[in-house]
Design a binder for this molecule. Structure first.
Ligand code: ADP
Ligand code: ZN
Length: 606
């Protein structure tokens, strides 16, 4: 790489580095303030949502300050890609972790000592070894960046014991600024990071949680496969995305079925052989348009910026999980879809799982509470984003305009009468029957089960003919979701009345229900890939050019250029290197390396 000195001397200005190295026009949100703090030698604690742009916050100070920036990251599997991405920009980056042999590691150490590195990624378990610390003491260090800083939290699920020792950085290197970064930001975790990493003096930068480019949509589950297929065909025919399912078996069935439908789909779950899992993950990163059908085992550390959709075929148990999983979409800031379908069966299944779960009463109550919040999000008739952000203690000044309820306001109807009939059917049949039979009673069906229990004699028999089967299911779903009735697992899903329903039955309370539309999403479509003004032929030609370059160098295509840059090329149609240099994501190095190839592709096409 050799352009070392250039960065330190001539470009010690953050704005200039942003443009010439990264090819970006302006800083996002608090990036500028964070970068200034660290360049000036101060410590910083950075809380930013996924895709917010945390990496620049240490990459730019590492280039602006003398010495090498040390990045501590627990995600060894990603270091290679992060380093390739940096090298593409002309930044002299390397990593030290257990995947290197002794000889390779020695080379990196030599480079560090002779000042030939701008950025060095180190795994925490390695950093805290005496040998590594004394190496660092001999080197010139620009800063320490502690990525995924929530790993110090002993209460979180990403806890890493090695992270606890990172407070020694402050003791051993008091003059070197430290920047800790995370997207997991509840109050308690934040306090723990400050305590354990000795960051009481650090300036705190807390960006909002919002991911404005993600469109949240939750539709009624009617025919899951058909709905998924329609969603993919209409909106994401060639896009990379993740489909989440609850069970391992289902991920395999769905991915096989998607393959038969012509999609490049692969399963991923904890039960697959490690080598196969790694292979599927690698293909997801390196090839374009791969769909991973996964359980929640897939995700931690998936740093792919161009995931265009996250689809849930099953409802997650908490809003935290939902937000984390959907957050893997659209890290590059381009439009992305968080699409979910859910129905009565999901509600019943999750309610049962909860009731069945181990743990103290207090723990169960907490879980119950979190599930209720998730169900509430599914059933609300107002802006989804508003409700999501509120859950995390954030506020939105106005409805977002980029979720299903904003785009297509939901109708509500006065369900008081229907709810009373439904609850009374539950009561009159002795709280021993599931939804299907209850609907038969309400609609006055005559079948064996009705006859067997003499249910045609009940006062509620046949009083609900005004609603069809689907509408009754919707009523029951909402009653269960809102806790008016519960599901008895010992009795095969029989519904029971809950205390809450008394005022409703006594006529002291009304209830507004959501009017479900049959999962039809046409009006909410985001063709996430291409805006109307883009020539599909040119777009494909540029993608092909990118694919070839990526293959040549053994890096994922997005490391060459993000979709955003390609789209801009399609609309701006640069004809000269100078024009090309104004495209977002084109810094000096990429102009040199790729300008000619893309200009040629554009020329040939035109
Ligand atoms: P995080 O680590 O917070 O999830 P990243 O650092 O990976 O986010 O950044 C997400 C994406 O946004 C990256 O592709 C990055 O290059 C891009 N990005 C970051 N800052 C800017 C900026 N100021 N202008 C344009 N793109 C940016
Ligand atoms: Zn909204």
């Amino acid at each position: 790489m050799g352009s070392a000195g250039v960065y330190c001397v001539a470009m010690n200005n953050a704005q200039q580095i942003l443009q010439s190295v990264f090819g970006y026009e302006a800083f996002r949100g608090p990036q500028d303030a964070i970068i200034q703090t660290v360049i000036a030698g101060g410590d910083a604690l950075v809380l930013m949502p996924t895709g917010g742009g945390k990496s620049l916050c240490y990459q730019i100070p590492a280039l602006a300050r003398p010495g090498c920036g040390i990045v501590i990251s627990p995600l060894i599997a990603l270091m290679q890609d992060q380093v390739s991405a940096m090298r593409q920009l002309g930044v002299r980056a390397s990593y030290l972790n257990s995947t290197l042999d002794a000889e390779e590691a020695r080379t990196v150490e030599r480079e560090l000592l002779s000042g030939e590195l701008d950025l060095l990624y180190i795994a925490p378990e390695r950093l805290t070894q005496g040998r590594c610390l004394s190496l660092l003491e001999q080197a010139s260090i620009a800063l320490f960046a502690i990525d995924e800083a929530h790993c110090v939290s002993q209460w979180g699920h990403d806890f890493r014991a090695d992270y606890l020792q990172l407070s020694l950085l402050h003791e051993r290197f008091p003059a070197v600024p430290r920047i800790a970064l995370t997207a997991t930001a509840d109050e308690r975790t934040r306090a723990e990071i400050i305590l354990r990493l000795d960051l009481a003096q650090a300036e705190q930068f807390i960006a909002g949680f919002d991911r404005p480019n993600i469109r949240y949509r939750i539709a009624l589950k009617t025919n899951p496969r058909a709905q998924l297929l329609r969603f993919l065909k209409d909106e994401h025919a060639k896009d990379a995305g993740i489909v989440y399912c609850l069970s391992r078996k289902k991920t395999e069935e769905i991915s096989l079925w998607l393959q038969q439908q012509g999609f490049n789909a692969l399963p991923y779950h904890a039960g697959l052989p490690p080598a196969l899992r790694a292979d599927h993950q690698a293909r997801f990163l390196r090839e374009e348009g791969v769909i991973i059908v996964a359980t929640i085992a897939f995700g931690m550390g998936i740093d792919k910026p161009d995931v265009r959709f996250v689809a849930h075929l099953d409802m997650p148990k908490t809003i935290e999980s939902y937000y984390q999983e959907t957050g893997r979409a659209g890290r590059d800031g381009e439009p992305a879809n968080a699409w979910m379908i859910y129905g009565l069966q999901d509600v019943i299944k999750l309610r049962q799982m909860m009731a069945n779960s181990e743990g103290s009463e207090e723990h169960k109550r907490a879980e119950q509470h979190r599930l209720n919040a998730m169900l509430g999000l599914c059933e609300i008739t107002t802006c989804r984003r508003e409700s999501l952000l509120k859950y995390f203690g954030d506020t939105l000044p106005q409805p977002c305009g980029n979720c299903d309820t904003c785009l297509e306001p939901v109708d509500t109807w006065d369900g008081t009468e229907a709810a009373r009939k439904a609850l009374s059917a539950v009561y009159r049949t002795g709280q021993r029957f599931g939804v299907n039979h209850l609907i038969d009673v309400l609609r006055g069906a005559s079948n064996d089960k009705i006859k067997q229990f003499d249910h045609q004699q009940l006062p509620t028999y046949g009083v609900g003919k005004e609603l069809d089967n689907t509408q009754w299911r919707s009523v029951f779903r909402q009653l269960v979701a809102r806790g008016y009735t519960s599901v008895d697992l010992a009795q095969f899903g029989a519904l029971r009345l809950e205390e809450q329903c008394r005022p409703l039955l006594r006529g002291e309370q009304d209830i507004q229900l959501r009017r479900d539309v049959g999962g039809n999403t046409t009006r909410q479509q985001t063709k996430s890939v291409l805006p109307a003004d883009i020539d599909v032929g040119l777009w494909e030609a540029l993608r092909e050019c990118r694919r070839l370059l990526a293959e040549e160098q053994g890096v994922p295509p997005y490391v060459i250029f993000h979709d955003r840059s390609l789209k801009e090329m399609c609309t701006v149609l640069p004809r000269t290197p100078e024009e090309f240099s104004y495209i977002t994501g084109v810094g000096e190095r990429k102009l040199d390396k790729y300008g000619a190839a893309f200009l040629r592709a554009i020329n040939e096409y035109l």
